[in-house]
Design a protein around this ligand. Sequence first.
Ligand code: ZN
Length: 388
Amino acid sequence: MKMNPYGDKVIGKMKTAFIYTDAYLDYDYGPTHPLQIARLKLAYDLIKGYGLLDLPSAQFIPTNKAEEKDLLFFHSEEYLNILKQANEGHFVGDAYLYGLGPGDNPIFPGLFDWSLLLAGATLQAIDFVVSGKGEIAFNIAGGLHHAMRSRASGFCYINDPVIGIMRLLSRGKRVAYIDIDAHHGDGVQKAFYGSNRVLTISLHETGCTLFPGTGFEYELGEGEGEGYSVNLPFPPHTDDEIYVWAFEEVVPELIHVFQPDITVTQLGVDTFYNDPLTNLDLSILGYERVLKRIRDLAPRWVALGGGGYNISNVARAWTLAWAIMNGIELGEELPEPYLEEAAKMGIEEKELKGRLRIPLQNHGRENRAEMERVVRYIKETVLPKVKS
Ligand SMILES: [Zn+2]
């Protein structure tokens, strides 16, 4: 085993797994698409550059493809057949009826293989934690939370969080799903809307101003699942303070009452003030506070990636997240090999968290009042319905 600079600082006997392969780079949504798969390699480079894959507590697991039967737990056979045909990279028959085509969900060579890979990594993360081999696993390629049973949506062809949670349910587990992507986790919410064995909690920019236009606080589940879908829709320009306050008011109590066996999280980084697709004003400091709380709340934790369209943010935030999962405090200075790679991609940040450059907005008072209303609604109407 290689020596690493954190060896003597690792606390406890927590075991973690990082799932990754460079094979992700064989696939490409296209030169003008906002989801650049190269961001995964950049995050991996930074994690490696900090020595965070050589920790005695951490295991590196190379990604294996999922099997088609794993996808059938959630997706329809006819939809998977369309994805398989589209795997050649050409437009096929009724593909547009399934959400495929120019725009958000382009048809590119290997799109089905790409989907099998990222879903495979999620299942490897799930298996690592559910088997008791370790407590925490991270699949940065996962978290494609918009895909529906028979429809691609929002850059997502296969819904790996749903497939992973379904495997946990098949092992008799109760699951909390926490989604901190800027977009509402609509595909996951919909899949478990009638279930009281999966508690979905999504924190996101309000559907009034952002895709997919859902995720209002009054979407709270149905039938047995009433109360088990929780939504915190934030107004544009919500900052760290309001976001963390609302998280603290609602999420710890929900987890405490529900008592999940395992927590699955979608850790999208598109909430940051300089993300090109969204309107929230979070920073890496708010993200860090939330991740540290999740670590306290989720002793058995499967972490998935998600959105994030400023790739410097993606690399730095997911490195910070992986450090938190391993109980490590990182230095501010980014390691040299990473800086060289990042410079080639036009990235200028030289520090992990850096100095804040959030443009001042005058929405603080209005945003706080709106979130006080949402939090009150959840406490009065949703929380009392949740049982352990
Ligand atoms: Zn997103």
